[in-house]
Design a protein. Structure first.
Length: 219
């Protein structure tokens, strides 16, 4: 699916979500790519089984115009936040991502925006990418911290960039503070013990960042 929401752990269309539970705001998710520079040991893309009708695997990457066309008929009165995530890393398509964030800001200025990312876009493009989010495009950026040190980070993420990935991710997170109001680093409770989570908290505290412990989602 290109555009979807989550209802009781299932990935479904917004129309299906409203039929199930018609009141309240929803988070709307936009899936731009299957590509990712990591192969995290705990990532759902490694093992989650999904029916064809509800699969997040894309047959091909959509253009910005195709995503806009998919978003046009959405009942926006029921959308509280648009989140760019999916089964791939959204910043692998950074130009399309930025274009869509600008379009949402222009057409639906009251809707919050969030990016879920591994924070390695500087390594993908060989430049500082935090500044691409200037101009109030994002309300929140959620960056996968995953571990308190590079050795553990590489063990979990299997980043294609190898050594230096952990430091690059942290540097990106700190620089995002200049452009995004809410910068969050995340860990998954299934793969981190209490001591590791405490160490991750210290990393965030030292950099003025917020830590969120994400519940592990099994298949």
């Amino acid at each position: 699916m290109l555009v979807y929401t989550v209802d009781q752990g299932s990935y479904i269309s917004m129309a299906d979500s409203l039929r199930r539970q018609p009141e309240g705001k929803r988070s709307l998710y936009v899936n731009l790519t299957n590509r990712c520079s990591c192969a995290c040991t705990f990532c759902l893309r490694q093992f989650k089984e999904m029916a064809r009708s509800s699969s997040l695997w894309l047959d091909e990457e959509p253009s910005a115009a195709e995503v806009q066309a998919a978003l046009q008929p959405i009942p926006w009165d029921f959308v509280g936040e648009v989140v760019f995530c999916g089964f791939g890393e959204p910043t692998m398509r950074l130009a399309v991502l930025i274009e869509l964030l600008g379009w949402i800001r222009q057409t639906h200025p009251g809707v919050r925006t969030r990016l879920n990312t591994n924070g390695l876009s500087d390594l993908v493009y060989g430049r500082d990418t935090a500044a691409d989010f200037a101009g109030g495009l994002l309300d929140t950026i959620s960056i996968s911290l995953n571990a308190s040190n590079e050795e553990r980070y590489l063990e979990l993420t299997r980043s294609s960039f190898g050594q230096g990935s952990f430091a690059a991710m942290l540097s990106f997170a700190v620089r995002c503070k200049a452009y995004v109001p809410d910068v969050v680093l995340t860990v998954v409770d299934h793969v981190e013990d209490d001591g590791e989570i405490a160490a991750c908290q210290k990393i965030c505290d030292a950099r003025g960042l917020r830590l969120r412990v994400r519940p592990y989602e099994a298949n």
